[in-house]
Design a protein. Sequence first.
Length: 355
Amino acid sequence: MSGITINGRFMTRKSTGVDRFATELLRAWLPRFGQARSARAFVPARSRARGNTSLSVRIEHVGMLDGHAWEQTELPGHCGDDVLLSLCNTGPIARKRQLVVLHDASVAADPATYSFTFRNWNRYLFAGLMRRARMVATVSKFSAAELRKHIGHRAGAIEVIYGAGEHVLSAEADCRVLKRLNLAGRPYVLAVGSLKPNKNFMGVARAAALLEDINVKFVAAGGSDTRVFAHAPVPDDKLVLAGYVTEAELRALYENAACFLFPSLYEGFGLPALEAMNCGCPVIASYRASLPEVCADGATYCDPDDPADIALKVRRILRSRSLREELREAGFARARAFSWNRAAGELEQLLFGVS
């Protein structure tokens, strides 16, 4: 059985949604399979492992470089005969004995979202990994199709490892956040995401502005820069910019929200929707990209390009307790179809294919 070297470059940066996938997948895979596989993680010697050091894996600092230069030129030479496991959209093109996870094709499908340098480097990187890596996986059937359509040919299959959302339950809900944000006992709609245009916070802002007649607040957690809302003015008494919240605070926000609004324009998977479902929060999702595949009948859907439709779906949920309960139960049922333990088993099967 081949040893496994984990590309630990993601451990050296501020955590993203892609990094969350890697962390939770490894948290489930390592206790079951890591010891038998002699798993280890390499990070650049010049960097410090940050928020992911709680993983039960030996971390080794190697090389003289950092970033992409380290990953492309130094990492492959330190792996020996191990299978290299790269879970976060990047990996050394020169390494064939590798399982790499490419989460979506947004750099090619939606290039205007990215800088010229970033999108061109990542298109080159993705195309090289698609051609050379022995195993390529992604996080949804939608993303598999998008990678073939926008990135290029691959002789072999693109495998799918679905993520999950039950990690949100690992932290006890910190309901103090409700008092801090003046939300206790008040109905609110929750949106979670970054400031990237595909997250469509502008759609959230415009929908909020159309609901001035009802007593509801809109809470933006994560990407809550006021500039996003300036183009669609929202009354101050309707908008709460929560900014960064802890995992315990996020759980409390999910559990107490009237609904979770996720009108994304492009998603490779859509982890926050499953987090909300695990917390019993009714989900309104965009009918675009991977979200119908992931959410299925566990959510109700909106047109992300139409603020009036988004507002209509929010209004319906707020006015109907029976609809909220129906979506709550449907969300629980859908969330149970996904788990990190299941994902860990799928990962192990694919690693045998690389071995």
